[in-house]
Design a protein around this ligand. Structure first.
Ligand code: IPE
Ligand code: IPE
Ligand code: MG
Length: 231
């Protein structure tokens, strides 16, 4: 089972408590560790976390810098534990605008854990579904123009193989915390047949218990994929 999570509401969680937004993000990072840990026991084999969107650069410079600092901390402090827990970490999104030290930490974590066989953890940083589709289209178009592939070879499968999620199943369930009911550019292609859960809890309040309840609800749904399924 592949679960995608739009981790929203850190800012509101903090503001409601009279704290700076960055404190909410910090609490959010603590939450990531707990949720990653409980995935194998919950039957989740792939977890995709939306950490930073292509639109999040619009935020105040100090908030963006604070988030980058948190990424640095997460990537370096969790390297050993993620590897010990057999987690295979991959990154989705366009890495090019990220700073050199963050890119190095991402690469270290990716290569160290590449052959792990436990949880697949996708971290979406500077990820936008539209940006991913444009990058995939450019990659395919350049192969067509160089003659590497024929126009007729473009189909859903070959196109999906040019996305950041190549080789992975689409998310079965996409969860968004903090009450907002939108995708905000998350997994535009891959969400075509995903189930959705929009929940009121903010990301810092998204405990393993809340996660478990959302998964129970998902398991009670009937998915049809366009066919007619006897109920
Ligand atoms: C989600 O929390 C974290 C990121 C987008 C990086 P927000 O920062 O969006 O929190 P709210 O939505 O303002 O409460
Ligand atoms: C989506 O949350 C992005 C991430 C969780 C990383 P936002 O808070 O940025 O989304 P909008 O702006 O409310 O749509
Ligand atoms: Mg938000």
């Amino acid at each position: 089972m592949h679960v995608g999570i739009i981790m929203d509401g850190n800012g509101r969680w903090a503001t409601k408590r009279g704290l700076a937004r960055l404190i909410g993000h910090k609490r959010g990072a603590t939450q990531v560790k707990k949720i990653v840990k409980c995935c194998p026991g919950f039957g989740v084999d792939t977890l995709t976390l939306y950490a930073f969107s292509t639109e999040n650069w619009k935020r105040a410079a100090h908030e963006v810098e604070g988030l980058m600092k948190l990424f640095r901390g997460y990537l370096s402090n969790n390297l050993v534990e993620l590897h010990e827990k057999n987690v295979c970490v991959r990154f989705l999104g366009d890495p090019s605008p990220l700073s050199a030290d963050i890119l190095k930490l991402m690469e270290n974590l990716r290569t160290l854990t590449a052959h792990n066989t436990g949880l697949n953890l996708n971290v979406a940083i500077n990820y936008g579904g539209r940006d991913e589709l444009v990058r995939a289209t450019k990659a395919m178009a350049s192969k067509v123009s160089s003659g590497e592939i024929a126009l007729e070879e473009i189909d859903e499968d070959s196109f999906a193989a040019h996305l950041d999620t190549k080789g992975q199943n689409d998310p079965d369930l996409i969860i968004r915390t903090a009450g907002e009911m939108r995708l905000s550019n998350f997994m535009t292609w891959q969400s075509a047949y995903s189930e959705f859960a929009f929940i009121k809890e903010s990301w810092p309040d998204f405990t393993p218990q809340v996660f478990d309840a959302v998964l129970q609800n998902f398991h009670n749904r009937t998915r049809q994929f366009g066919a007619v399924v006897a109920r």
